[in-house]
Structures are given as structure tokens and as C-alpha cells.
Write a protein that binds this ligand. Structure first.
Ligand code: MG
Length: 418
């Protein structure tokens, strides 16, 4: 057990676990970004379970306007009094939705800044950010300025701009509630406790589909094998990140920003069963954990509801049936992305921005079949070594570091491409 006497255990994080949340109106008006993705569809399932408590007043998607059309028709039946505001970020897809005047929605026009505009104009109480990647940062900042409840599934927001979000949240009176299952678990363990009682956070990782695969075989796995996650059903980007353990690295950075705990007090353990969603060790050695069958609707609803346990039709944990409660240490030799993320987070400034940008470019290259699985870690490491460094005090400098890192990563990946 680590014991850094004198080092600060915690600073103020984004998630203020030692005080009650603000009361918000009921029904709660939601703006849902990434409505047609995995988080979006599961959010709509939560809304379907509680139509009296939750109303959807704004939605976004990128290209899947047919799915958006089905969602709008269902919402119209569920909440006929509301005509949601809709943003479609890909122009050709937006034109297709504009050609459907029968749909019960108001379509936002104009670029850039479509998603922050949607957040500002939807008259919502709560943002559910189910976007994937760096595109999630600016709408989160818009919601923070407005003082909204922010149910945050977009971890890249905090990896890139954790300090910016913290400043905006402090100024605007917003509240950030984690949707990531590990962070939602930690939030449940921490709620009501003073910060000085927190010893360390222990994030669990499923270990992904290649947990037991020998190092020499990792270079030759197929994209389909990468996408075949053993326990969680998620979108393609996060599924790749789970296989490389980059997801857990991003989550270490996310936990640091959310809970204000120093990096050397955030541990990762591999837990293939995905039953224990994460743990908190207190300064007296007491450990609290949150358990349950893997179902993203639970952390989603807990965040949206403002830390309430509303009824939900989930599979129940069968303790007598012998759930997998096995734990092991992560292998950072076979999965270097976890250590890369931890050191980029601790370095701060541009380093986590570069890490995230390089990873997004590398994951896209893997999904397109242009590089192999082990090339992801190599590309991220080289981009970190050669990319921008130093402080990123404002949004412009974050976005500039992101852009430079993407260009560099693309160049490095072109050299690796098979
Ligand atoms: Mg997670």
C-alpha cells in the first residue's frame, strides 16, 4: 500500500461528493447528444421507463437520420406536448432529415458550433453527453456555462479539457455526474464522505478480449476479434479502447478530474467478470464497492436522476450462482496504452490532449483495416514523444494541440500502415 505522507490526497474534483446535489425541476428536461449511438439508445430506454419524470427536448446525431426518425416518432407518442430541437452534424445527413417535414421536430441549421448551440437553445435542465471523442468537449463547456446537470459518458471531454471543464463548472454552478460505470460506482461509494477520508480509488477493468492472449499473437488479431468484447456491449471506439486498455487509461485521467484524487492513489485491477464496477479504499482500510450485472442503463439513470435509485428492469445479480469475483494485475507490457495514459495524465498540459488525439486517429485506422492492433500503442507513444507539450490554458490552445497531434499521428500511422 502506498503511503505518501505530506502529498495531498485530494483536491476539489468536478464531482463534489461531500455535499448534496442541487434540486432540479421535475419532469427533468434532457438534451441528448449522440442519440442514435449506444449511450443514446440506452438513455432512451431509461426515458421509456420513466416518461413522467424525464422529457427529451433536444437530440443530436451525426449521420443516422433514419434511426433519428424512428426515435422522434416514438418520442412523439411518449411526450406529444414536446417538439424536440434536433441537430444533425453531418451536412448531407442533415439535408436528408430536412426532407422529412412529417417528423415532429425542429431542425437546427448552421455551422460551426451546432452542438453547443443545441445545448444552449434546447431549454434543458440536464445534458446527457453520449458523444464519442473530442467533439464532446465544447457542448460540455456550453452546458457548464448554463449551470446544467451534466450526465457525462464522453470521457474524452475530461481527458482533453478536465481543467477547462472544472473552471466552467465552478463559474456556472453546473454539476458533472459520471455515466462511466466505474466512475458511477466510485461516486456511489464516495457520496456523503469528506474528501480527507478517501485513501485510494480502485478502478476495475474487464481486461478485454485479449486478456490471456500471448504477446506474439497480439499483432495478428483481426478487427472482428477486437470488437468482440467479453462483457460489455458498446460502440466500436470504446470497444477498441477496452481491448488495448486505453479505455482504462482514459478512465484513470477521468477519475483524477472527477474526484480530485492524485494519480498515485488511483489503481487499476483487472476483473474479467465486470461485476464489481469499482472500489474505494478509505484511510482506515475500509473498502466499499458497487456491484451489479453489467448494464449501462444503471449508471446512466443514476446520473440523470441525480443519484436516485429508480426502478429499472435489469438482470439481478445472482450471488448464489457464483458470479466471477476474480481479480488480477494488469499487464502493461502487452497493453502499453494504460501506462502511456497514466504518465500523460500525470504530466498534464498538452500531454493528455495528444494522447487522446493520437488514440482516436489510431483507432480509426485500425477500424479501417490500415494498421494492426499493436500499432495503436506504438503510434500513441511516438505521437506523445514528438507532439506538442506544455500548458494548454484555454480552449483555443487545447484545440490547437489536438489538431497538431492528429496531423502528426496521421503521418506516423501512414508510416506504419500495412
Ligand atoms: Mg468504463
Amino acid at each position: 500500500m502506498k503511503n505518501n505522507a505530506g502529498a495531498p490526497r485530494t483536491r476539489a474534483g468536478l464531482y463534489l461528493f461531500d455535499r448534496p446535489l442541487k434540486r432540479r425541476p421535475s419532469p427533468l428536461r434532457l438534451v441528448l447528444l449522440g442519440a442514435t449511438g449506444s449511450i443514446g439508445l440506452q438513455t432512451l430506454d431509461v426515458v421509456r421507463s420513466h416518461p413522467d419524470k424525464l422529457k427529451v427536448v433536444g437530440l443530436s446525431c451525426r449521420t443516422q437520420v433514419d434511426a433519428m426518425g424512428r426515435i422522434l416518432d416514438e418520442l412523439h407518442a411518449l411526450q406529444p406536448e414536446i417538439t424536440p430541437l434536433v441537430a444533425v452534424t453531418e451536412p448531407a445527413a442533415r439535408d436528408r432529415l430536412a426532407g422529412r417535414p412529417d417528423l415532429p421536430c425542429r431542425l437546427l441549421a448552421g455551422e460551426p458550433g451546432l452542438l453547443p448551440t443545441l445545448v444552449r437553445e434546447a431549454s434543458a435542465h440536464c445534458l446527457v453527453n453520449g458523444l464519442v471523442g473530442a467533439v464532446g468537449l465544447e457542448p460540455t463547456l456550453a452546458a457548464a456555462d448554463l449551470g446544467l446537470r451534466i450526465a457525462l459518458a464522453n470521457k474524452e471531454t475530461l481527458v482533453m479539457g478536465g481543467d477547462l471543464v472544472a473552471a466552467a463548472v465552478a463559474a456556472g454552478g453546473a454539476e458533472v455526474l459520471p455515466v462511466d460505470s466505474e466512475h458511477a460506482a466510485i461516486a456511489q461509494c464516495l457520496t456523503g464522505r469528506p474528501a480527507h477520508e478517501v485513501g485510494r480509488l480502485i478502478l476495475t477493468a474487464s481486461g478485454g478480449p485479449f486478456r490471456t492472449l500471448p504477446a506474439e499473437d497480439l499483432a495478428h488479431v483481426s478487427v472482428q476479434q477486437v470488437l468482440d468484447h467479453p462483457t460489455w456491449k458498446m460502440g466500436p471506439k470504446i470497444t477498441v479502447d477496452s481491448a488495448t486498455l486505453m479505455n482504462k487509461g482514459l478512465e484513470v485521467i477521468e477519475a483524477h478530474h472527477l474526484f480530485g484524487v492524485a494519480y498515485d492513489r488511483i489503481d487499476v485491477v483487472v476483473h474479467p467478470g465486470s461485476i464489481v464496477h469499482s472500489l474505494v479504499e478509505f484511510v482506515d482500510g475500509a473498502v466499499l464497492a458497487q456491484l451489479g450485472t453489467p448494464d449501462m442503463r444503471v449508471p446512466l439513470q443514476y446520473a440523470i436522476s441525480g443519484q436516485a435509485h429508480w426502478p429499472l428492469g435489469t438482470d439481478r445479480l445472482d450471488l448464489i450462482g457464483g458470479p466471477d469475483l476474480h481479480f488480477e494485475a494488469p499487464d502493461t507490457d502487452r497493453f502499453p496504452c494504460l501506462a502511456l495514459a497514466r504518465s500523460a495524465g500525470a504530466a498534464g498540459g498538452a500531454a493528455p490532449v495528444v494522447l487522446n488525439a493520437a488514440n482516436e486517429v489510431a483507432v480509426a485506422a485500425l477500424l479501417a483495416g490500415r494498421i494492426g492492433f499493436t500499432d495503436i500503442g506504438a503510434a500513441v507513444a511516438e505521437t506523445l514523444a514528438r507532439g506538442p507539450q506544455g500548458p494548454v490554458p484555454d480552449l483555443e490552445s487545447v484545440l490547437e494541440a489536438d489538431r497538431l497531434a492528429r496531423d502528426l499521428a496521421a503521418e506516423i500511422i501512414a508510416g506504419l500502415a500495412r
